[in-house]
Design a protein around this ligand. Sequence first.
Ligand code: NDP
Length: 300
Amino acid sequence: MILDGRKISAQVREELRAEVATLLSQGKRAPHLAVVIVGHNPASETYVASKLRACEQVGINATKCALPETVTEDQLLEVVRQLNADDDIDGFIVQLPLPAHIDEAKVLSTIDYHKDVDGLHPYNVGLTALGQPSLISATPRGIRELLSRYQIATEGKHVVVVGRSNIVGKPMAMLLMQKPYLELPKMSAASLGNATVTLCHSKTHDLKQICLTADIIIVAVGQPQMLTADMVRQGAVVIDVGINRVADDTAPKGYRLVGDVDFDKVAPKCSYITPVPGGVGPMTIASLLQNTMQAYMNRQ
Ligand code: NDP
C-alpha cells in the first residue's frame, strides 16, 4: 500500500488553514514564517518556492529573504539576528546547504531557538534527544505524522534508519526510540516511539543483513535506488526520504526525481511504502507549517 504523502500533507494543511482562520476570526494575526535563501541552488529554490506556496495556501504569512551567493558569514549572521529580534516573525529557516565559505553550524546556533522551525538549533536537538517537547526537524516530524495517520505503530518494532545526517537520520532515530511524550492526532491505535532503532551509515558492515531484520526501513542517503529488493523482507514498511535528480531526456526538465529505493522491485514486498515524489517531501513541508504554528502558539 502506498503511503500517500500528498494526501496526508493536504489534510494537515487543511487543519492548519482552519486554525489560522479561527485566529483571524478572533481578531488575532496570522503566524509569520521567514525563509532565508543564499545563492541560486536550483533544488533549494524549488524547495523554498514550495514552502512559500504552502504558507500562502493555509494563510500563514511568508517572507523570503534572498541573499547573494557572495554574502559574507557576518552579513548572514546579521540577517539572522534581525529576524531573531523581529516581533512580527514567529519562525524562520535558513535553507541548506549554504555556500562553503559559511559555517553552517554557526548560523544554525545563532537562530533564536524559539523561532527555529527547522528544529536544527542545538537546544532543540538536545530537547529532542531528551524526549522533551521541542521544535522537531521537519522531515522526521513529517515521517512520524505519516506513520501516525496510517496507524502504523512503531512500538516494539525494529526500525533501521539508513543515513545519520543531523537533518534526517539522527533526529529520526531519536524520535522513534524515545518514550512518546505527547498525544499525536489520529494516533489512537498507533503507538509511536518505543521502537528498537538501528542507525546505519556509510561505514556500516552488512547493511543488507541489518535491513533484512527490519520491520520498518527509513532510507535517507541520497543515492538513487540504493535500497534494493534483496535487502527488504516481506511485509516491511519502507520510507524513502531520498530526492535525487537523474537525467531523463524524455522529461520536460531533462531530469526526473527518484528516491533512494528501487521502488518498482521493492514495492511488491512491502506492506507500506512511500513514493518519490509524493511521499516524504510533502510531509516535510506540512511539518514546517506545523512547527511555524507551534512557534506562534508558544509566543502567545
Ligand atoms: P547527507 O548527505 O547529509 O547524509 C547521507 C547519509 O547517508 C550519511 O549519514 C552517509 O553516511 C549515509 N550513506 C552514504 N552512503 C551510504 C551507503 N552506501 N550505505 C549507508 N549509508 C550511506 O544527506 P541528508 O540526510 O541531508 O539527505 C539524504 C537524502 O534525503 C538526499 O537525497 C536529500 O535530498 C533527501 N532529503 C529529502 C528531504 C525530504 O523532504 N524528502 C529532506 C531532507 C533530505 P556517513 O555519515 O558515513 O557519510
